[in-house]
Each structure stands twice: as C-alpha cells, then as structure tokens.
Design a protein around this ligand. Structure first.
Ligand code: PLP
Length: 382
C-alpha cells in the first residue's frame, strides 16, 4: 500500500515508538515529589527543551496540550475572556482558510455575538498583506493566521502579518501544525506570541501537542485544575506521549533540510507526471509558497470521493480536499474561499507525502491514476 495522506496524520517514527514504550514504565505522577515522580518530570523537561529548540523559543514557553485543536481553542479562549471582561480590544482577525479547529470555533464565537473577521485570501490561498491591513485597527486583540495550509499547502507570510498585528498593538498567533518538519519554524524570527503544533503530524504520538506562549503574552487555562504547566494547562502529565513528541521534535529538527528537499522532489515528480498524463487538470494552491509535501489537484468531470475510493482499491491512500468535512460531501471550503470553482472543488484530491514515501510510490500512482480519471470522466454526466 502507498500512503499519501501524511497531512491527515503520520505513523510514529520507530525511535518514537521505542521511546514511548520505554517511557510507559515511568508511571510516576510527574507532579509527585518522590523519585518516581521526579523521574517522569525530568523526562518531560527533556522533551520541553527539544520542542523549544525545534520552534526556536524559550523552554518555559512550551505548554503541553492534547493537540493543535486544544492549543488553538486555548488561544481564542484567552481573548474571548478578555473581551468578556470589557477589553476595548474586542475584535479577532483570522482568515477564511484556517483549519476547522479555528474555522468552526469562529462560527461558534460569531453565533455568540463576538466580532471575528476572516480576512479573505487570494486565488492561491495566500493572505495579501494590503488586504490584511484593512482588517487591522486599534480594536483588534488577536490576529491568528496559520503557517501552512493543510489542504492546499499554501504558506502564509506569518512574519509580515505578525509585524502588522503588532503595529496596531494586537497579539499574533500562528497554527504551525502543518509546517513543522517541512519548513523552518521560528517563534523568535516570526515574532509570534502564540504558536500551535501537534505531535502526530510529524511522526510523534496522537493526542499530544503544544501551545507555545511568549512570556509576556496573556494566558488563561482552557482546562482548570491542578498546577501542571505552571497553571497554564491542568491535568496529569501524559508522560509517554510527551517523551514521544520530544523525540519526534528532535528528529524533525535534525532532518528538516533533507526531508523538505525530498518531499518537494516527490511532489514535483507527481505534479509533472499528472500534468503530462492527464488532460485538463488544475493544481490548487500557491506554487511558490507551498509546503513541500502537499499537492492538491482538481480533476474536472470526476468526483473527488470516487477518485479516492478507486485509488484505495489500488492500495493508494489519499484524501479529498474536504477531508475534515468527510462524511458530508460538501466541497472544500478552503478551495471555495480561494476562489476555486465549485465544480473543480468537487473533483479535488490532496496527495500529501511523508518521510516513508519513495519515487516508486509516485511511479505507481502515475500508472494507476490516469485510467481511473479516464473511466470516471466517461461515466460523468457533468
Ligand atoms: N491545525 C492544522 C493546520 C491541522 O492540519 C490539524 C490537523 O488536523 C490541526 C490543527 C488539529 O490537530 P489535532 O487533530 O492534533 O488537534
């Protein structure tokens, strides 16, 4: 089988599995003062350092969470509370193509009456700084823009947006979940106040993530309880997963250059192969500012879900643009917000590469995909 759905999740690296298995014996509660507790706490602090190094921030900024969804919700909750308490900065600015853990949260907050603006993106899914400027003002509390898009791979000018946000006195958050291990991520260089990431997107365990919070940025826990993480996130430490994400972080940092080159090579092989072998295809997203392993393609007159299922029968696993909305057959909101025609959005497939993919995988897809598209187009009534 060929797994080309690495933006949905990745398998754990063998070093991660080994470290997690070993850390599962560290059963002491990391908050306990006795030696079992201290042993676990030490392992957690090692992991914290590895994550801080990966995203270039102080270890004290790292707050372990259950994943990027929780991290994103935590950030918005901080500013929701400030707004509730009467802050004059009562507006949040984000974009139309954020991950559902922000996009759906925004819908929820708007329903409750909060003022949230979603800055539109251009036809490549990228934020235009001039457009962003028109959304910013002295009433903005938080600007939240993802680093790289999970569907189309478009990379946002986070550093430039952070500068604009700070110019009007707002705080800046970036969901860097898809960027980790693929492009350099630096909290210091980007000058963002909050950053989210998730272990399972870079060969770490599922259900573990990070919210990095700069020392001077406001914080309120989403989950109240014990004093873990300096009172920033309650709940008994998930020691084994925290150790696992630490090992994954070290690997991601070590292999960044090599991996991103490899991912881009495979992605470009597939893109060119598809464009050569299949007529009438549209490649979505920004081709200059693009996560190296992501390729999103629309096949007019073929339904994305049908392509996915036919590919699956050949042992090839991909996703439709609307992966996070799967179950519904709605076209991807990310593509629609990028101005992609609804017809094209229905026929889109996301191929996302990872460290275990090879050139043989690409060759196999290029053998199996063209006849599938041809057959579906022949059957199509549209
Ligand atoms: N943000 C982005 C950009 C993602 O791709 C994902 C993954 O689905 C998430 C957030 C959510 O991560 P998690 O499922 O670990 O909460």
């Amino acid at each position: 089988t060929i797994y080309l759905d690495n933006n949905a999740t990745t398998p754990m690296h063998e070093d991660v599995i080994e470290a997690v298995n070993e850390a599962n014996t560290l059963f002491g509660n990391a908050s306990s003062m006795h030696s079992y507790g201290r042993e676990a706490a030490m392992a957690i602090e090692e992991s914290r350092k590895a994550l801080a190094s990966l995203i270039d921030c102080d270890p004290s900024s790292i707050v372990f969470t259950s994943g990027a969804s929780e991290s994103n919700n935590t950030v918005f909750n901080i500013f929701r509370e400030r707004i509730d308490l009467g802050s004059k900065r009562n507006r949040i600015v984000t974009t139309t193509i954020e991950h559902p853990s922000i996009n759906e949260l925004v819908k929820y907050l708007k329903n409750l009456g909060y003022h949230v603006d979603e800055c539109p993106v251009d036809h490549s899914g990228r934020v235009d700084l001039e457009v962003m400027k028109t959304y910013l003002g002295e009433d903005v509390a938080l600007v939240s823009v993802m680093a790289g898009n999970n569907e189309i791979g478009t990379i946002q000018p986070v550093k430039e947006i952070a500068r604009l946000a700070h110019e009007v006195g707002a705080y800046m958050h970036s969901d860097a979940t898809q960027a980790i291990g693929k492009i350099p991520v630096s909290m210091r260089n980007w000058d963002v106040d909050y950053l989210s990431l998730s272990g399972h997107k870079f060969y770490g365990p599922k259900g573990i993530g990070v919210l990095a919070v700069k020392a001077k940025a406001p914080h309120t826990p989403l989950i109240h309880g014990g004093h873990q993480e300096g009172g920033r996130r309650a709940g008994t430490y998930n020691t084994a997963s925290i150790v696992g994400i630490g090992v994954a972080a070290a690997l991601a940092e070590r292999d960044l250059e090599e991996e991103s080159k490899k991912l881009w090579t495979l992605r470009e092989m597939l893109r060119k192969g598809i464009e050569e072998r299949i007529p009438n295809v549209v490649v979505n997203g920004n081709q200059e500012y693009c996560l190296p392993g992501t390729l999103d393609v629309s096949f007019p007159h073929a339904e994305g879900e049908s392509i996915l299922l036919y590919l699956d029968m050949e042992g090839i696993m991909v996703s439709t643009g609307s992966a996070c909305a799967s179950g519904s057959l709605e076209p991807s909101y990310v593509l629609l917000a990028s101005g992609v025609d609804i017809e094209l959005a229905h026929g889109s497939i996301r191929f996302s590469f990872g460290r275990y993919n090879t050139e043989d995988d690409v060759a196999y897809v290029l053998e199996k995909l063209p006849p599938i598209i041809k057959r579906l187009r022949e059957m199509s009534t549209r």
